[in-house]
Design a protein around this ligand. Structure first.
Ligand code: HPA
Length: 285
């Protein structure tokens, strides 16, 4: 599959466009997944830039994804927030899916927090839980759809980046400490990234569990890889919006409506956690 290869100049141009439209210079980036867009509404002194205005930026087509950058302050930190993301299943190439991450990097963002809605695979997980991503399985990448495929620009990152610690240890420790402080039960586990858009069959759910995954979703793994390739520190959280169905012929079904509906229950929990992390950011800065 041959797709458009963006150059360093393209990332730079987009970053410069953003810089012309905000006086903020954030070092922290946050991607808000399905249902979590509301978090961005609380950002103070916000500059809002629709994705459609930014050169090359992909535009989200999915309900629950607003499609704009919100740059401002929260809990004393300056932050760049992606209110919605695009997905591979929408027909975007891996390059397009991860374009915003490279732009954030070019802008000067050093630490990235990724959030998503995910199905719980771990039988102990319940709808409404938040799982901190300790590690990931990029199933798409393993079978030939890795976002780092193609010519490598060594200015952006190494050809063969190490991924032994993809999710930053100190940031994870901070998240665990913040969760304890605010009385939030924080699950931890492995996120497996698939393409979607169909939800998994029960046989696939059992397979993913056997592979060692605790939660499954249709995003995040590509963004985290590209961020780490570019030397960013990465932290990730999955909001468990549904318990994956592991047997055929049950009365249950999985739906996007369910995902968005549970998202509402999860929002205050996710917001509390993210706010707490920003409040204590200096501990990992
Ligand atoms: N599977 C894949 N992606 C998802 C799910 C799921 O069960 N729930 C929310 N996103």
């Amino acid at each position: 599959m041959k797709t458009k290869q963006f150059s360093r100049q393209d990332f730079q141009n987009a970053a410069e466009f953003i810089a012309r439209n905000t006086h903020h210079r954030p070092r922290i980036g946050l991607v808000l997944g399905s249902g979590f867009g509301e978090f961005a509404e609380a950002i103070e002194d916000a500059d809002i830039i629709p994705y459609a205005d930014i050169p090359h930026f992909p535009r989200s087509t999915v309900e629950g994804h607003k499609g704009r950058l919100v740059i401002g302050r929260m809990e004393g930190q300056t932050i760049m927030v992606m209110q919605g993301r695009v997905h591979f299943y929408e027909g975007f190439s891996m390059e397009e899916v991860t374009f915003p991450i490279r732009v954030m990097r070019a802008f000067g963002v050093e630490s990235l927090i990724l959030t998503n809605a995910a199905g719980g695979l771990n039988p102990e997980f319940r709808t409404g839980d938040i799982m901190m991503i300790e590690d990931q399985i990029n199933l798409l990448g393993l079978v030939g759809n890795n976002p780092l495929m193609g010519p490598n620009d060594p200015e952006l990152g190494p050809r063969f980046p190490d991924m032994s610690t993809l999710y930053d240890r100190r940031m994870r420790e901070l998240a665990v400490s913040v969760a304890a402080e605010i009385g939030l039960t924080l699950r931890r586990g492995v996120y497996v990234g698939l393409s979607g858009p169909a939800f998994e069959t029960p046989a696939e759910v059992r397979m993913l569990r056997a592979l060692g995954a605790d939660a499954t979703g249709m995003s995040t793994t590509n963004e985290s890889l590209v961020a780490r390739h570019g030397g960013m520190r990465v932290l990730g959280f999955s909001g468990i919006t549904n318990e994956a169905i592991d047997a055929i012929d049950t009365p249950r079904v999985t739906s996007h409506e369910e995902v968005l509906e549970t998202g509402k229950v999860l929002v205050p929990r996710m917001v509390g956690l993210l706010r707490g992390i920003l409040r204590r950011w200096d501990e990992v800065a």
